[in-house]
Write a protein that binds this ligand. Structure first.
Ligand SMILES: [Zn+2]
Length: 188
């Protein structure tokens, strides 16, 4: 799997999309740090399956939490909890944004070297899936926090982050230019 670095970057960038901003309207909910924290949290949720693995010793990682069913259930649960306490939430927008961020985690894991693949159709099928080519190198958790092999994935993921931020910056400035042009040309 990619490390939390890569997942968090995607979660952050998706939280900056207009649809995600529409999901949590209001003064404090629309603040970037809160939307960003939510995006980063959801983007890393599937990998919390390492906690029961540590506690029980049984293999959980890349298990049911990496399936479409988990994506739908977790997204619906999170959206419903937020909607329950914050009625100004745009339910559909938040649900689709959350689902999108969760599924992006699965998509990134599909393109990662190592492991046996993802049980996307669990519990209907035990078949595991992986992409035909690799975009991310594996993270060797068993080698501890500090190991020379980590240099490879950290370098690649930082390169990936810089590329994504550059692309996002270009798209954003393009949108802003288009909006300004529309505002100027529209009749008063
Ligand atoms: Zn994962």
């Amino acid at each position: 799997m990619p490390s939390p670095i890569a997942h968090s970057i995607i979660g952050y960038l998706l939280s900056r999309l207009p649809t995600a901003k529409k999901a949590l309207p209001g003064k404090w909910m629309s603040l970037t740090p809160i939307a960003a924290a939510y995006g980063v949290l959801v983007s890393n949720l599937p990998d919390l399956d390492f906690i029961p693995q540590i506690i029980t010793g049984f293999r959980f990682h890349r298990g049911p939490s990496h399936s479409f069913l988990a994506a739908v259930l977790v997204s619906t649960l999170l959206t419903s909890i937020i909607y329950r306490f914050y009625r100004r939430t745009h339910y559909t927008s938040l649900l689709t944004s959350t689902l999108g961020v969760y599924c992006t985690h699965l998509l990134m894991d599909l393109f990662t070297s190592g492991g046996t693949g993802l049980p996307l159709l669990w519990p209907l099928s035990d078949r595991t899936f992986r992409a035909p080519f690799v975009l991310f190198p594996p993270v060797h958790h068993s080698r501890g926090l500090i190991d020379i092999s980590h240099f490879t994935f950290i370098s690649i993921e930082l390169l990936y982050a810089v590329t994504l931020f550059l692309v996002a910056g270009v798209i954003k400035s393009h949108w802003q230019r288009q909006t300004r042009r529309r505002d100027v040309s529209s009749p008063q």
